[in-house]
Write a protein that binds this ligand. Structure first.
Ligand SMILES: [Zn+2]
Length: 803
């Protein structure tokens, strides 16, 4: 039988007279009658017929022994019945032995870089073909333990039903590496998508880390068995959606929110199991799993190949990988590196010393630890000192970091570079590397196995680094190192990002794009849909983009800083509270002496409801004589704080340069021009009803026109036909971050920094910048006698996938 399919290792069942031939000894014109060639199928072409009607089939075999050398591959041509037989059973990844072939000159050798000869296989030549199916397809243990492999059906993501347990295939669109959740279980969050373009976010728990999918990057393919699909009511998801704005508009938008509110999600069911595959088109299909018994059919191999191809053109693989030589301050990126040293810094932070063979172009920080606390090869650490960077990891990542083995290869996700300068030398700046606590944006650490393609590439590169040179590396620019290492994945990342928009439109999707030069030459006012790149933006210091806005007089003002408020408070504290105005029908008062020598008194007036005091978290208090520090402390405990002072007759609000109300970390200000302040007594009307202490209500009864926190930014947009400056004026919709909270939350500032880094990566050429789809409107502004045309972005938000 000329074609045999064998389950098992090659070399079994081969006739003993056959001798193996290496590609380097393969020559045209030699007798090959007793020779055989063995290789892995890396490419197969569709079965066709030649002009004379003969069946024809072509594959490319790769010699396993010399897979690194350039001509390790050879074309093999099958003719007649053998073509037909082989074409039906051969798969990529199979091992094939061909015996009794003819050797001919390959006409395509100059183009395809393969061996200068090809093999011709046919019955006429007396050829025999042995195909060894891939071990993962059918393993020996599997056939023994499962005589009849269970046949699984896989549900497309658009056919999921609430409450069902299903098997799924999907490409990874987002993931969080496993982290230790509140219990003892490991948790991983994975969002997958398939050809139906429906995505599913799965929250996976397991006590065994190995049971969770081994995902290394976006675009990996996963197979889940026995996962439970269920609809959820995720109200917490809504908080970031700008709901307040949306809920006022009825109709479609409200409906959209309700649908969103009932999104399907996946959770681990009993007996959950997963396999993960590299998502790269053409990469060997080898599952990452710790399980010894899993089934895997040929059909599934096809499913994976199809998903890979689909994902390659439809998924934004915007995992921002970078080498240390690409590092810029204020960057979030994924780093693949080797761990050379580690040390405990304190309970909540841990030091990792890593390198990737390239040199960070900026001076980087050195975290000081006791020499004795540092684990790792001291000589190596010294040798690599110019290439090593220090990374501090925090909080939930510490436990994992401690368990890492020195020498292992890591991928660190969403690593943050921060610019800092020495206290005594502000002109000397350096870069700090932080892996912040939490798991937002997939932040985490993953150990990569030695056989991971990225690790192999990294190792090969590290081996090529001349350490004696790197010790004098000051003389060697990072550009030169860049030249040695062309990072393919980084290139394809930016190429892919180029095609997709990093923003989405929240309305008017039916409009067509208009070129910027057309807009610049059109009459005003009008609205347009555009597709452009963000060339630059202002302000670059993002916190400066937050302003206070009065919707009545359209004025914008800077947000006063804490120091201003502190001064006003100190001023008030200078005069003692007037006991005459303490305790009234609607509030109880308490006065404390401060312990220091100032003899300062603090009066707190607790507003009552139905003559009763409420729980602190529901209570509004009025404070007189407190410092900023004390007021901050109180605002952690009480729902609302109104800073006041006392006159002879009554309590009164402070100057409107100070916030009229503090709610948690949010300080509410009023417009000096538009407010018409009423007495503090007006609050008693609110206290009578069941008070919810809404800031807008409080402002209304006090006669204050509240100022709103807004982002005001200038985007310079360029679409190749022209450029224009468009204003972004936004409460929380565009970034999906409330402007009122960003100044007091480092997490939100970090999130915004990251978004702007994706929209407009620093140091990127215009061609390589991502696209932004936006709506803009043009309008006239009169400035004295002059009329000026302005543009404003509206109904646009940052794509959910990128954050
Ligand atoms: Zn105003």
């Amino acid at each position: 039988m000329p074609v045999q399919v064998i389950d098992g290792a090659p070399e079994t069942l081969l006739p003993s007279h056959l001798q193996k031939v290496d590609l380097k000894y393969l020559q045209w014109g030699c007798d090959q009658a007793n020779k055989y060639f063995q290789g892995t199928v890396i490419l197969s072409y569709p079965l066709t017929k030649l002009v004379n009607g003969t069946e024809f089939f072509k594959i490319v075999l790769q010699e396993s022994e010399n897979s690194c050398s350039k001509t390790s591959t050879i074309n093999v041509l099958f003719f007649g019945r053998l073509a037909d037989d082989c074409g039906k059973v051969v798969h990529q990844g199979d091992t094939m032995v061909v015996a009794g072939f003819n050797v001919a000159k390959s006409p395509s050798a100059n183009e395809d870089d393969r061996h200068c000869c090809h093999l011709e296989v046919s019955e006429d030549a007396g050829s025999a073909v042995y195909i060894y199916t891939k071990p993962s397809t059918v393993t020996a243990s599997e056939t023994a333990s499962m005589p009849v492999a269970p046949k699984y059906t896989y549900t497309p993501l658009n056919h999921l039903k609430d409450g069902t347990i299903v098997n799924l295939y999907g490409a990874v669109k987002f993931f969080k590496p496993p982290y230790i959740s509140k219990g003892t279980d490991y948790c991983s969050v994975v969002t997958i998508v398939d050809q139906s373009n429906v995505k599913l976010t799965c929250t996976l728990f397991n006590g065994n880390l190995d049971a969770l999918p081994k995902i290394y990057k976006i675009g990996d393919i996963v197979r889940f068995h026995r996962i439970k699909a269920q609809r959820t009511n995720h109200t917490e998801h809504l908080s970031g959606l700008g709901l307040q704005l949306d809920i006022t508009t009825t109709g479609n938008k409200a409906k959209k929110i309700r649908e969103y509110n009932k999104q399907m999600q996946g959770i681990t069911g009993i007996g959950f199991a997963s396999l993960t595959f590299d998502g790269t088109v053409g990469a060997p299909i080898v599952p990452r799993t710790s399980s010894k018994s899993y089934s895997f059919t040929e059909e599934e191999q096809k499913t994976i190949e199809e998903l890979r191809t689909w994902a390659a053109s439809n998924l934004s693989v915007c995992g921002p990988t970078a080498k240390l030589s690409d590092v810029q301050p204020m960057l979030f990126f994924d780093l693949t590196c080797q761990l050379v040293g580690k040390a405990e810094v304190d309970g909540s932070s841990f030091l990792l010393k890593v390198w990737d063979g390239t040199k960070c172009p900026h001076p980087s920080w050195k975290v000081l630890v006791e020499e004795s606390d540092l684990e790792g090869d001291k000589v190596l650490i010294h040798q690599l000192r110019n290439l090593i960077v220090d990374i501090l990891v925090y909080d939930n990542h510490v436990k994992l970091a401690k368990s890492l083995k020195v020498g292992s290869f890591l991928r660190i996700y969403s690593l943050h570079t921060k610019q800092a300068s020495a206290e005594n030398q502000p002109e000397v700046s350096y870069v700090e590397f932080h892996l912040h606590g939490g798991t937002c944006y997939g932040r985490g650490i993953r150990v990569l196995p030695e056989n991971n393609p990225d690790v192999k590439e990294l190792k090969a590169f590290m081996d090529s680094v001349n350490l004696t040179e790197s010790q004098n590396v000051e003389s060697m620019s990072s550009m030169e190192l860049d030249g040695i290492f062309s990072n393919l994945s980084y290139q394809s990342y930016s190429q892919r990002c180029q095609q997709l928009s990093v923003t989405v439109l929240t309305d008017h999707q039916h409009l067509d794009d208009t070129a910027l030069n057309t807009i610049l030459n059109s009459s005003v006012p009008q609205q347009y849909r555009i597709r452009a790149k963000l060339r630059t933006f202002k302000p670059q210091k993002l916190y400066q983009s937050v302003k206070l806005y009065c919707s009545k007089c359209n004025s914008l003002q800077e947000v006063p800083d804490g120091d201003d408020f502190d001064l006003i408070l100190r001023d008030c504290a200078a005069s003692a509270p007037n006991p005459e105005v303490h305790n009234s029908l609607w509030y109880d008062s308490e006065v404390w002496d401060t312990e220091n020598q100032e003899q300062r008194k603090i009066a707190v007036h607790f507003v009552k409801h139905d003559e009763l005091l409420q729980e602190p978290e529901d209570t509004l208090i009025m404070v007189q004589g407190g410092t900023l520090k004390e007021i901050r402390k109180l605002s952690r405990r009480f729902k609302c704080i109104i800073p006041v002072r006392s006159t002879k007759e009554d309590l009164e609000l402070l100057d409107l340069s100070a916030p009229f109300l503090l709610q948690g970390k949010i300080w509410h200000y009023g417009c000096k021009q538009c407010s018409n302040q009423k007495t503090i007594q007006s609050l008693s009307s609110l206290a009578e009803e069941e008070p919810s202490w809404e800031p807008t209500e409080i402002a209304r009864v006090l006669g204050i026109e509240p100022l709103q926190y807004v982002f005001v930014m200038k985007f310079t947009l360029d679409d190749g036909t022209g450029a224009l400056d468009a204003y972004l004026f936004d409460y929380e919709k565009f970034f999906q971050i409330p402007a009122s909270e960003v100044l007091t939350s480092s997490l939100l500032q970090e999130k915004m920094e990251m978004i702007m880094n994706i929209l407009c990566p620093p140091g990127t050429k215009l061609d390589d910048l991502p696209w932004l789809e936006c709506f803009i409107r043009s309008y006239n502004v009169k400035d004295g006698m002059e009329q000026q045309v302005c543009y404003q972005i509206f109904d646009t938000m940052v794509a959910e996938d990128i954050i």
